[in-house]
Write a protein that binds this ligand. Structure first.
Ligand code: FE
Ligand code: FE
Ligand code: FE
Length: 187
């Protein structure tokens, strides 16, 4: 990547995240389809709609900076999404374990985006581009909220996955296990 100043770096990194977001819109429908939990399916579908808006917001950013909206392959996103694909290709995973895996794949994507948008926002601020700052901050907030929501869903799913394992091994009584873990979950 060649960038001789902060503005050029901003443009280059905008192209990277513009590519990443479009790859994400291709992956999210597959992840929603693969997810077993209705809550997780809905979360992926909602984030797909948000991601489509984020792409439009990036186009506004390019426009604001008088630059054409162009993509540059985000190698990190290619890799992160490949990891998610590998997980979905695995046929033997129990559905709740698959869901736990899908959540971590999605959270790795969100964290990449949070790092990218956080830096972009800071650079736009240093360059005095206040409209751009606002647009990027809006997206950064959405990515953060999505990450939090996924953590909440993971907390309930992982408990169910553990429970099934206990029951398969024939350990413990079903009722106390549920009671303890339900209490834990609602606290
Ligand atoms: Fe995004
Ligand atoms: Fe990238
Ligand atoms: Fe996202």
């Amino acid at each position: 990547m060649s960038a001789s100043n902060l503005r050029e770096l901003l443009i280059e990194e905008l192209k990277d995240i513009y590519d990443a977001e479009q790859r994400i819109t291709k992956a999210l429908p597959k992840m929603a389809k693969a997810a077993d939990s209705q809550e997780l399916k809905t979360a992926f579908q909602e984030h797909l709609r948000q991601t489509e808006q984020q792409i439009k917001r990036l186009e506004q950013v390019f426009d604001e900076l008088d630059e054409p909206a162009k993509r540059k392959e985000c190698k990190a996103m290619v890799g992160l999404l490949e990891e998610g694909e590998e997980l979905m290709d695995e046929e033997d995973n129990p559905s709740d374990v698959l869901d736990a895996g899908l959540i971590t794949a999605a959270q790795k994507v969100e964290h990449y985006e949070m790092a990218a948008y956080g830096s972009l926002r800071t650079w736009a601020d240093l360059l005095g581009e206040s409209k751009v700052v606002n647009l990027l901050q809006t997206t950064l907030d959405e990515e953060g909220e999505t990450d939090k929501k996924l953590t909440e869903i993971a907390q309930s799913l992982n408990i169910e996955a553990m429970q099934d394992e206990d029951m398969e091994r024939g350990e413990g009584e079903e009722v106390p296990v549920r009671a303890t873990k339900r209490n834990h979950r609602s606290s």
